[in-house]
Design a protein around this ligand. Sequence first.
Ligand code: SF4
Length: 218
Amino acid sequence: MTQDRAEALAAIAAQVKTCTKCDLYKGTTNAVPGAGNIYTDIMFIGEGPGFNEDKQGLPFVGRSGDYLNYLLNLIDLNRDQVFITNVVKHRPPDNRDPLPDEMIACKGYLDDQIELINPSVIATLGRFSMARYFPGAKISQIHGQPKYDDEKGRAYYPLFHPAAVLRNPGLRRDMEADIKRLLEVVEKVKTMRSSEAAPPKPKDDDKPSGPPKQLSLF
Ligand code: SF4
């Protein structure tokens, strides 16, 4: 299974690198499928690669990446402990927002990455990944408020995009307070998952009635 997951994610990355399902690949240097720990509890999803990401083929490098590293360090984590990817895997020209048809074209890759990694918490960075789980919501109103999905055993945790915080330092306090609650959300989901995995408690009907009978020796 361990090998299967690594192989399956490598196969997705290979498909992304040769993908022409939308026009975003045109004029890019590298695809950016995602990077990090494929056995993690925490997956970060941003919007799309920028200039530095396109050059290096890695998500969240450059100033936004430095700030994301700083945020991870605040909770004693580093990049090797989380997985980071984006809604679209090729850089939109001039860093424009990804278009709806581009996000639809790219959706299958992200869906498959999520299914394979099966993170306890998906932390969305910015509006476009947030919209997958909180349609119609405003990031300014819901940041830092987890949504729990009991059926999937997962939480969705909306965060500002690091680049937005760098552009607007007034968001910094909220962003850092939100990230500091991330591990609490992870713990809550782990408890949720382990209680679901535990064998069911006997129902009252299954319990023997009256005092336990003494075993006969004969
Ligand atoms: S952005 Fe996604 S769908 Fe579009 S070409 Fe790149 S990998 Fe394919």
